[in-house]
Ligand binder design. Structure first.
Ligand SMILES: Cc1cc2nc3c(=O)[nH]c(=O)nc-3n(C[C@H](O)[C@H](O)[C@H](O)COP(=O)(O)O)c2cc1C
Length: 262
């Protein structure tokens, strides 16, 4: 390990972070919640437009409902703090309308450009970068967290639950809480060797030998559905699983609605 990673407090937090899914029943003080939100808000943001919103879910019944709509992940209901990071282009659209931007465009003979897929992508970047700042801020105060990607599923239910307008999309949810487990004893999850992730100047497409080496440190005691190798196992459990089909359906609906002219 690099010496800097042992002495620099920020690097230590980054290096030792792990997802936390079991929380103590201890609430997170408002002061600490404010620190987490402020940490998120200091994240870089495209054009300094902050095209995201942070929705705190306090209502216990709503948390219980999220367990069901997010692939039955029970830790959501037990998390003392639940934040949904919304890609939010609606705020600027509303402001543009209030500022009579479409009228100005007409006067200037310009076409008023409605939000496109690119705006959704950019807003997702903003929202996720803010989310990760929240993770690191919380971690630095001993508060663990876990992302929930399933918030992208069931878009119709989530829209209604949280009153989301057309140009707002829930890109990530974060559960926070004090870890139940003593994390100093926890073994961190492994990562692929750096050489398969970090390239210089050119993208490197991996070959069969590379994949063999890349996965050789992963030992799986049992493979899903009689899978013969890790590739088949991952596909059956992740990419080809029911939740992935639902996410794919839901995101498709969200994108179609986003770009629909009405
Ligand atoms: C975009 C994203 C979505 C994730 N969604 C979930 C989720 O729905 N449920 C869950 O338990 N963990 C989720 N995770 C956590 C990952 O499973 C975890 O980060 C990964 O296994 C690596 O483990 P580590 O965070 O402990 O290093 C998600 C992480 C990311 C970045």
């Amino acid at each position: 390990m690099n010496n800097l990673e042992q002495i620099n407090e920020v690097l230590k937090v980054i290096k030792n972070r792990c997802s936390v899914r079991a929380y103590k029943a201890k609430p997170i003080s408002q002061k600490k919640i404010d620190v987490i939100i402020n940490g998120a808000i200091r994240a870089p943001t495209a054009c300094n437009m902050m095209q995201y919103s942070i929705l705190e879910v306090k209502d216990q019944e709503m948390k219980e409902k999220l367990v069901k709509t997010c692939d039955n992940q029970s830790h959501i209901a037990k998390a003392p703090l639940v934040l949904i990071f919304l890609a939010d282009v609606q705020r600027w659209q509303d402001y543009y309308r209030i500022s009579k931007v479409p009228e100005k465009c007409k006067e200037l003979n310009q076409i008023y450009r409605a939000p496109a897929e690119s705006d959704l992508m950019l807003a997702c970047c903003d929202a996720l970068i803010a989310a990760q700042n929240a993770v690191i801020t919380a971690e630095s105060m001993g508060i663990g967290s876990c992302y929930i990607a399933d918030i992208m599923e069931n878009i119709e239910i989530h829209r209604e639950m949280f009153n989301l307008p057309k140009w707002v999309f829930p890109i990530a949810m974060l559960c926070f809480g004090y870890p139940k487990q003593d994390l100093s004893k926890r073994i961190l999850t492994s990562r692929f060797p750096k050489k398969f992730i970090h390239f210089t100047d050119n993208y490197k497409r991996l070959n069969k030998e590379d994949f063999f080496e890349m996965f050789k440190h992963i030992k799986k005691e049992s493979l899903a559905n009689n899978a013969e190798n890790i590739g088949q196992d991952y596909y059956l459990q992740k990419t080809g699983a029911d939740f992935s089909y639902e996410m794919s359906r839901s995101v498709k609906v969200a994108i179609q609605d986003w770009i629909r002219k009405d």
